[in-house]
Design a protein around this ligand. Structure first.
Ligand code: NAD
Ligand code: MG
Length: 396
């Protein structure tokens, strides 16, 4: 019996994960759930999944959770705070951890799961962007099993040679020439740049193909999400930046591809539903039901491709630059983006200022004396400094 911890269970990925787990009561069960704000939803999830443990941010949330509890019998054990989150990810009573908290807030718990040698289902791409070397070393040292959940990386993982599906490779898989990351282009792929000034959060979150949390939806609109995914692919597959190509594919049917030295290109296709990569990782190496139906290619009719427009989507360009500039630049990119997106969602920052805030933060960080990022504390300290800088820019 696989005992699963779902970190961020009330989010889009968390809900899809619980859906897949509930389809396989004979082979997996929930051990613990965590959520940050929606305690009523967490109480319902805990009752339905019979979780033994829930983790909440503070005592007020704990009281709200207990008030909302109306499941049969005793409520689960309620653990409180960020340390409890990391401890639960490393708990000896679980073997699989779904890391589905959004943002760098999910880094300490994802890292704790990796250090404890768990099967880590990594949805939280920000963890790898902020702390790629630290995270991958933790996976190597502990022998953890790392399975990517991001649909592109899950697709690439599926298209790699079987023997090369290592948890933390130190060099690119033999015979692989390039990774081709597909991108939908988001809701503004064809928008007039002049119209972007007045974009609202609702417009930015209206993704044409995927239903996701608000932060990643905005990231998809700016294509910063694809930039984070390029960095994520670099760390997951030990692939140099110039061997990772982004291809815009508006239908989101091909989730990504691997190009081999002999000219073969392998692709993974499917409906845009995150339950497919989640089920793949939960069942690995077996294939298990996910609730996702098949593809009707005849009805689909056509698949389109185009090159990404780096002028229209400066966040994509900034991401490649940050990856080449080094780890501190990646931390700055991610932290500044989180601050800017939050401000945009709260109506405090125009949409078009998101790349400007990111660029300013990367330049600010580059102009300072070099920082060492050897520990989680180092990464979190730089992350906090960049947030403070970006938050004080005057526009945010
Ligand atoms: P979401 O906003 O729907 O859910 C986020 C979850 O994290 C919630 O359960 C929330 O309670 C929790 N959370 C938020 N802030 C927290 C904090 N400070 N401390 C602890 N918990 C906190 O997000 P999502 O769309 O499910 O995305 C989750 C992660 O998965 C992100 O890193 C995202 O980039 C990645 N991802 C999502 C999708 C998708 O289809 N939604 C696809 C690929 C990757
Ligand atoms: Mg993705």
């Amino acid at each position: 019996m696989q005992r699963v911890v779902v970190l961020g269970s009330t989010g889009s990925i968390g809900v899809s994960t619980l859906d897949v787990i509930a389809r396989h009561p004979e082979r997996m069960a929930v051990y613990a759930l965590s959520a940050h704000s929606r305690m009523e939803q967490l109480a319902e999830q805990a009752a339905a999944s019979r979780a033994a443990v829930v983790v909440v941010p503070d005592d007020a949330a704990r009281a709200r959770f207990l008030a909302a509890w109306n499941g049969a019998g005793q409520p689960p054990e309620v653990r409180v705070g960020a340390q409890a989150l990391a401890d639960t990810a490393a708990d000896s009573r679980c073997d699989t951890v779904m890391a589905a908290i959004v943002g760098a807030a999910g880094l300490p718990s994802a890292l704790a799961a990796a250090r404890a040698g768990k099967r880590v289902l990594l949805a939280n791409k920000e963890a790898l962007v902020a702390a790629g070397p630290l995270f991958m070393n933790a996976v190597r040292d502990s022998g953890a099993e790392l399975l990517p959940i991001d649909s592109e990386h899950n697709a690439i993982f599926q298209c790699l040679p079987h023997g090369a599906r290592a948890s933390a490779p130190t060099e690119p898989a033999l015979g692989v020439r390039r990774l081709l990351l597909t991108a939908s282009g988001g809701p503004f792929r064809r928008a007039d740049p002049a119209d972007l000034e007045s974009v609202t959060p609702e417009q930015a979150c209206a993704h044409p193909n995927w239903s996701m949390g608000r932060k990643i939806s905005v990231d998809s609109a700016t294509m910063l999400n694809k930039g984070l995914e390029v960095i994520e692919a670099h760390w997951l597959f030990a692939m140099p930046p110039d061997r990772i190509e982004v291809v815009v594919h508006p239908q989101s049917v091909i989730h990504s591809m691997v190009e081999y030295e002999d000219g073969s290109v392998l692709a993974q296709l499917g409906q845009p539903d995150m339950r497919t990569p989640i089920a793949y990782a939960l069942g690995f190496p077996e294939r298990i039901a996910s609730g996702v139906g098949g593809l009707d290619l005849a009805r689909q009719g056509r698949l389109d491709f185009e090159a990404p427009d780096f002028d229209r989507f400066p966040c994509l360009r900034l991401s490649f630059e940050a990856l080449r500039a080094g780890q501190a630049a990646s931390v700055a990119l991610n932290a500044a983006n989180e601050v800017a997106v939050q401000a945009f969602l709260e109506g405090r920052l125009p949409y078009t200022w998101i790349p400007r805030v990111i660029q300013a933060a990367i330049e600010w960080q580059a102009g300072r004396s070099s920082v060492t990022l050897a520990s989680l504390g180092d990464v979190l300290a730089l992350d906090a400094e960049v947030r403070a800088y970006a938050g004080n820019l005057g526009v945010v």
